[in-house]
Design a protein around this ligand. Sequence first.
Ligand code: GLU
Length: 432
Amino acid sequence: MAQAPKALDDARGRLEAIYEHLDVSEDAQVRLARPQRVVEVSIPVRMDDGSLQVFPAWRVQYDTTRGPGKGGIRFHPDVDASEVTALAFWMAIKCAVVDLPFGGAKGGVCVNPKELSRLELERLSRGYIRGFYDCIGPDEDIPAPDMNTNATIMGWMADEYAKIARAQYPAVITGKPIGLGGSAGRVEATGEGALEVLKIYLEQQDKKPEDLTVAVQGFGNAGYYFASAAQKLGLTIVAVSDSQGAVHSKKGLDVDSVWRHKNKTRELKGILYSETSVDEEKNVDHLSNEELLCLDVDILVLAALENQITEDNADAIKAEVILEIANGPVTSNADKILGEKNILVLPDVLVNTGGVIVSYYEWIQNRIGDYWPAEKVNERMRERIGREAKACFELASEHKVDYRSACYMHGLKRITEAMDHRGTHGYFIGDC
Ligand code: GLU
């Protein structure tokens, strides 16, 4: 089996191809080749049994030319400096694609949070802020939730920051609970933003949601809110999966009832039937994650981890369209194979920006001290992601490139222009 490439090499490798279509100054290319800042700390945590454990943790600011760093904090046993750097790079591209005044950053802790008690998790979360207090802030770098972190954790972190600062700075972190200055609409934002991009694509292709089937890999927050809203739009969700495996029903699952079950039992394994067609008990079958990826559906949604479609399984994919809600779920070698098979990929750097867009609105609301209703947040998010999606789609047809390249071109143009405005290279080449 071919070794999946390190996410960072893969992410940077894509830049080289983009430079062939986009005129990027040498200065900007040199700057984009390396992260601006990589900070590693060890977080000591007193465990409930009295022992002390130390967890390695990172905060990476890949580039802050367009504004303070922005990006989530991930708790996962596979987290390392290279993965966090790749994720920070993607955040820089993402923020630029949807024109947010932010650079790209990311954080991570190498830990299996499922093995920690709630109090241990709180001590670890507060320890993260103590460790990185000097490099974050509303004008420096603004963390948010990512894999295995949520509003409660962001609340503990905001509280720890306020205690150290002896002042309230709600804008230091986004994705907080509403009672602590979080924004209405933040939890649903990534899934709903992804659906908005898909909707625009389907409209342009003259395809009707009622005629289309969907399989969703990854049934966490993003995957669930996407699937629930997609079902309301008329799409048929035939399969969803978590890390243990997938449930599948040809007639379509009742997404909300599957979600309720998962929240009760923490897994999809025990589901025997779907409430949409209860006439046949046991009308769902159980598949492996790999089988879900290879289902014969119209749309395959990837909302789990990086490197899910690689050169090893790309050939077996039957879906017509792939919607990337996770960061980096398709490797660049797999991208080539999918391209040859005419499978269209709607890329992560556009599709999953709903979350960071609403984080931006949360940051604005915290700074002006005025809070908006969910409808206003949602409408502004859909308007922004829709406008930028159309611009990316147009760029793709103008330059005859795939959607991923078009999105990178769209974002990189903004980043590199900002870099050039800050730099002095123009003096040497007689440009200004
Ligand atoms: N972790 C999310 C992402 O990868 C959200 C980041 C944010 O809201 O800053 O886009």
